[in-house]
Design a protein. Structure first.
Length: 178
């Protein structure tokens, strides 16, 4: 508990407060990180990208083909909304993720990617573009990411993947290949 005329965190939030006279707090609200939209788009020479997406701190909550399908899912403080399985050539899928409240430590979100419809003759494409865009935050890109090509297989932990990282305040910091 901060003494009078000292900075402290406002109870129940990440906002800094200035304690002034007894229990009175004077504070300035800072923008909180919003929901993060992660999209996966592939060219028309590739067919039916499947994902397996999950918060690393809540691995039992997975979305993608063969996991939880289109919808909104929550496990504790972690939320994932999933667009659903897109099976066309040249398509895209998305997840929207958030954590409420941010826990005060850095966290990561993992996505595994595999082309279920890979066919070296008809659909030889094996890469996608990944975009992560956060409300009140940044946008990060990963172009020409080489996905798995196990035809007929859902995305598994053995397939190529990416990690989307957030700092201790919940702000998007990057996308990196696993």
């Amino acid at each position: 508990m901060a003494g009078e005329n000292q900075l402290c965190h406002k109870s129940g939030s990440n906002s800094l407060a200035y304690k002034h006279g007894g229990n009175a707090l004077i504070y300035k609200a800072t923008p909180q990180p919003g929901e993060t939209l992660i999209t996966f788009a592939w060219r028309s020479d590739a067919d039916d990208l499947d994902i397996c997406a999950y918060w690393n701190a809540a691995e039992s909550l997975k979305v993608g083909f063969g996991y939880n399908l289109a919808g909104d899912y929550t496990s504790g403080d972690y939320n994932i909304s999933y667009s659903g399985d897109e099976t066309s050539a040249g398509g895209s899928e998305w997840v929207k993720i958030s954590q409420r409240p941010w826990g005060g430590s850095a966290v990561s979100f993992t996505v595994r990617l595999n082309f279920y419809g890979f066919n070296s003759s008809s659909y030889p494409g094996n890469s996608c573009c990944i975009t992560a865009s956060q409300e009140n935050g940044e946008t990060k890109f990963l172009y020409d990411f080489a996905c798995g090509t196990d035809a007929g297989s859902k995305a598994l932990d053995t397939h190529p993947g990416v990690t989307i990282d957030f700092d201790e305040n919940g702000y998007l910091t990057g996308i990196s290949a696993l």
